[in-house]
Design a binder for this molecule. Structure first.
Ligand code: DQA
Length: 145
């Protein structure tokens, strides 16, 4: 069965209570439930993970890439800073869709640059919790690796 890993970075464990005007009212568990509903209908297996620790995210990306799983990655603030995550995506050959709940390009300038966009298949940002389901649908439309 096709494997898709949904990896979430720092502070995304606070969704639902974190700046709801920007990130919405859904919790990460709500987002996971939405994705599991789509995955169940599509016959793919989801692994859903979150960490506040950069090195742990690097290991998650490596694990996904080396096992041939595709990745939906919201790296949170590490998106803008982490050369290590970029190297992990390249090094492990992971197929990644970068996602953001908010439209990072309409926000502070330091959120405009992504370290991982250039090594990702594409970027989906600005659709709230829907960014994740759009990414899952985009991956489902791509053939398995
Ligand atoms: C975010 C955008 C990032 O700039 C921010 O640091 C986050 C969340 C988003 O989903 O909109 O933590 O990745």
């Amino acid at each position: 069965m096709r494997q898709i890993h949904v990896l979430n970075g720092p502070n995304l464990n606070l969704l639902g209570r974190r700046e709801p005007g920007i990130y919405g009212a859904k919790t990460l568990a709500d987002i996971e439930a939405d994705l599991r509903e789509i995955a169940a209908k599509s016959g793919v297996s989801l692994t859903f993970r979150q960490s506040n620790i950069e090195g742990e995210l690097v290991s998650f990306v490596q694990e996904a890439g080396l096992s041939g799983a595709d990745v939906i990655l919201n790296a949170g603030a590490y998106t803008h800073t982490s050369i290590a995550l970029r190297d992990a995506i390249k090094g492990a050959g992971a197929r990644v869709i970068e996602v953001h709940l908010s439209n990072v390009h309409a926000r502070e300038e330091f959120r405009h640059h992504s370290m991982i966009a250039a090594v990702s298949i594409g970027v989906i940002a600005g659709f709230g919790a829907n960014s994740y389901s759009l990414a899952l649908r985009a991956l489902l439309d791509l053939s398995a690796a």
